[in-house]
Design a protein around this ligand. Structure first.
Ligand SMILES: C[S@@+](CC[C@H](N)C(=O)[O-])C[C@H]1O[C@@H](n2cnc3c(N)ncnc32)[C@H](O)[C@@H]1O
Length: 266
């Protein structure tokens, strides 16, 4: 009975946000049992409660998501995009460039892109817009503050001179400077919500890194299909190292450069 309730819940979760728990019911139980028992509900009852209670999906999503991230993650890819690809795009796109970080967690990824673009010296304020989205409201609150604990995992890869240049010591932690913070706009967005994704509008580059690994094949295809609707022709898609797209590549050409692997919409 308990397993049936968990199974139904895992299906609701997959339909809502793509996270795959059907083959990991014990992990699902570990993540939510305390929350559900505090409510005094069985897993069956919780399924109904979830659908009927405003805000409950946000609470559940925060328990389920894995938000691990850090500054300068997979830096070859980031350097290649910011030092080689974007300056070239800037020459033929006569408007601010638009970059979308589609699962940004606590903000380290979009802030790294903003720092690198600042470092190129080619992008004056207003020449680039970074839209950073995530499904998890709690991580977005943290991202928006731009304040990080000094001992956090976040700083494991950042070069010391950039830490010094772009952060200030505030309340015993590091606060990202305003010059970088203002380049990034955060917004809540579920990657499965195609209507809301379309509202992001046309973008030149998409980063969707280290989130597809939590989806199954069909959900991955659906998400890539939806994301790339927003991408201009000739625009670029960057995935995490462990992620790839196949199946006719959905209109995307895989580029295997010596610096990184990415996709271009052709
Ligand atoms: C492991 S983090 C990756 C963060 C960053 N992209 C990186 O590579 O460092 C995965 C993020 O995906 C988000 N996520 C999971 N499912 C999502 C969905 N359906 N829509 C939007 N974001 C989602 C999680 O909340 C989490 O913050």
């Amino acid at each position: 009975m308990e397993d049936k309730g968990l199974q139904t819940l895992s299906q609701l979760i997959k339909d809502y946000c793509g996270l795959r728990y059907a083959d990991r019911l014990s992990t699902l139980k570990e993540k939510i049992s305390e929350h559900v028992s505090r409510l005094g509900l069985s897993y069956w009852e919780y399924c109904r409660y979830l659908e009927e209670t405003p805000g409950e999906w946000d609470a559940l999503v925060d328990l389920l998501t894995i938000n691990e991230t850090y500054f300068y993650r997979e830096e070859n890819q980031l350097n290649h995009c910011c030092y080689d690809i974007l300056p070239t795009m800037k020459k033929y796109i006569h408007r601010p460039l638009r970059i979308w970080c589609a699962a940004c967690s606590t903000g380290e990824e979009p802030y790294t892109i903003a720092m690198l673009l600042h470092e190129t010296g080619l992008f004056l304020p207003g020449a680039v817009e970074i839209i950073a989205t995530d499904i998890d409201k709690k991580v977005l609150e943290k991202a928006q503050k731009g304040w990080y604990n000094k001992a956090a995992f976040s700083f494991r890869r950042i070069p010391a001179h950039l830490l010094e240049k772009y952060f200030s010591d505030v309340d015993g932690g590091y606060q990202i400077n305003y010059s970088i913070k203002r380049m990034v706009k955060f917004k809540q967005l579920n990657l499965l919500d195609q209507k809301k994704a379309a509202e992001i509008g046309e973008v030149d580059v998409i980063f969707c890194r280290n989130v597809l690994i939590y989806f199954d094949h069909d959900t991955t295809t659906q998400v890539i299909n939806s994301l790339t609707q927003n991408l201009i022709h000739g625009g670029y898609l960057f995935l995490g190292h462990a992620e790839s797209i196949t199946e006719g590549n959905l209109g995307m050409n895989k580029i295997n450069s010596d610096k990184s692997i990415y996709y271009r919409k052709d």
